[in-house]
Ligand binder design. Structure first.
Ligand code: TGC
Ligand code: FAD
Length: 387
């Protein structure tokens, strides 16, 4: 956090390596991302290939994975990088999350040696971009219902179906596609140049505009036997990847919230209303105090969950606690900060409305807030209320 917002001295919980990673990510966000984001958001276009290479050069792609050119850093360092990148824009953090925690992680965790050797080095360098296709037009929260299927044809696989709302889809070199087979849900490594594969971009988004979102269409896509991920069988495969990306979001959302709060504090100090700066009014201070308390609690929760992940004891329902709380609080902070800037709050000249709009996507993807409530509810009661 920026020093002045770190009310409870969270920084004292971080190692010097973690602080260094954070400083590098903050510099990249401030110098490379922040100046261009208003334009990228407005035009809904990003230089994805260039950014991937720059992020790769900094070691931010698959940074919590080991081997194959990955940085092999701890979960808190990874989380802090997500936080700083999302302080610039959630769409930028999405690029990092999908590449490292979903696409690369799927290969790293469940892939064959050949798949790992072929894809991970170029993905960690940002020379190849990956995407992760789980959601379908009719099956988002309930991926168990997926219709995309893979059937055998001699020694090959033939994939048919479609995926929806897929981050990085149209710019990806490789897609992790989850499909129903006679043997349950399996994952496939699909080079996007394969005949029958296409990825039309989704337009008219009012949120996460600085991010590529696409449909994936699989029309008789023929793949060799070796394209299947050997280590993933059933839904636990993709859900295992989601734990990784959700973990990054627990930190990331606090970055968006921090950027809103920093903007609001600075604005309130300069804005004169009824002859005094806005910061001099008790109502404003109450808002700022409440938001700073939630921000500090959220970052503390993120670091705590990171330490559990480091020990290898982090459970999925604990990830749900973090994702539910931190995204919900981040969006509340963004909306409250918007009120402090009033009319200026809706302007693209300030980052607040962009963060607020982005956080609507973050609230929905990687498990909606309702899905995470139900995961926590199940852990509390032993009853599954999904169906
Ligand atoms: P259920 O019967 O409970 O479980 C099926 C199997 O999966 C296992 N499992 C998990 N494994 C690892 N991690 C988890 N979090 C897991 N949750 C469940 C479970 O043990 C079981 O294993 P097995 O071996 O017994 O078969 O599954 P269900 O069908 O009842 O569904 C549970 C539910 C609703 C929680 C799950 O479907 C879910 O999480 N739904 C939300 C879907 C979702 O989050 N989609 C995200 C798509 S990717 C995305 O949004 C990327 S955006 C990224 C960006 O741009 O940043
Ligand atoms: P639905 O599942 O149709 O849910 C509709 C509403 O019903 C929600 O409020 C939900 O919480 C609620 N609901 C669902 N089940 C229950 C229940 N049992 N009880 C009570 N309420 C319930 N997916 C990918 O696979 N890869 C990606 O890279 C990816 N990137 C994305 C990027 C963006 C910008 C967005 C917006 C989405 C992305 N997604 C991606 C998709 C995302 O994961 C899904 O949108 C999400 O899982 C929710 O699915 P849905 O939109 O179909 O909503």
């Amino acid at each position: 956090m920026g020093a002045s917002l770190d009310l409870v001295d969270v920084d004292s919980l971080l190692t010097s390596e973690e602080l260094d990673v954070r400083a590098t990510a903050r510099r990249f966000a401030d110098e490379r991302l922040r100046p261009s984001l208003p334009e990228w958001f407005e035009t809904a276009s990003i230089p994805a290939r260039e950014l991937a290479k720059e992020l790769g050069a900094l070691g931010f792609l698959g940074m919590h994975l080991t081997g194959y050119g990955c940085a092999g850093l701890g979960p808190v360092a990874y989380g802090l990088a997500c936080l700083e990148i999302e302080a610039a824009d959630s769409g930028m953090r999405s690029l990092v999350s999908v590449q490292g925690s979903l696409a690369m992680y799927a290969i790293w965790k469940y892939g064959s040696d050949d798949q790992k050797n072929e894809w991970l080095p170029k993905m960690s360098a940002g020379e190849a971009i990956g995407c992760f296709g789980l959601t379908e037009p009719d099956f988002g929260s309930n991926p168990a219902g997926m219709r995309t299927n893979a059937r055998r044809d001699g020694g090959d696989w033939i994939l048919n179906g479609s995926k929806m709302w897929i981050t990085n889809g149209s710019v990806a070199d490789v897609a992790m596609v989850w499909a129903r087979t006679d043997d349950g849900v399996r994952g496939f490594v699909v080079p996007t140049s394969t005949p029958g594969f296409s990825a039309p971009e989704i337009t008219q988004k009012m949120s996460l505009r600085a991010s590529v979102t696409s449909e994936l269409v699989l029309d008789d896509v023929r793949l060799p036997e070796s394209a299947m991920l050997p280590g993933a069988r059933g839904l636990s495969g993709p859900l295992g990847c989601l734990n990784e990306a959700r973990f990054g979001i627990i930190f990331g959302a606090m970055g968006a919230a921090r950027d809103c709060l920093e903007t609001a504090v600075a604005y309130a100090g300069e804005r004169i209303v009824f002859d005094k700066p806005l910061t001099a009014y008790q109502l404003t201070q109450a808002k700022l105090a409440d938001m700073a308390v939630e921000l500090n609690k959220g970052v503390l929760l993120a670091v705590h969950l990171g330490r559990l992940k480091e020990k290898g004891t982090l459970r999925p329902e604990q990830v749900s606690v973090g994702k539910l709380n931190n995204v919900r609080e981040a969006i509340a902070i963004a909306r409250e900060c918007r009120t402090i800037l009033a009319a200026n709050g809706i302007s693209g000249e300030y980052p607040i409305m962009r963060h607020a709009n982005n956080l609507e996507s973050v609230l929905t993807y990687e498990g909606t807030s309702e899905v995470h409530q139900l995961v926590i509810g199940q852990a509390l009661t032993g009853e599954s209320a999904f169906r």
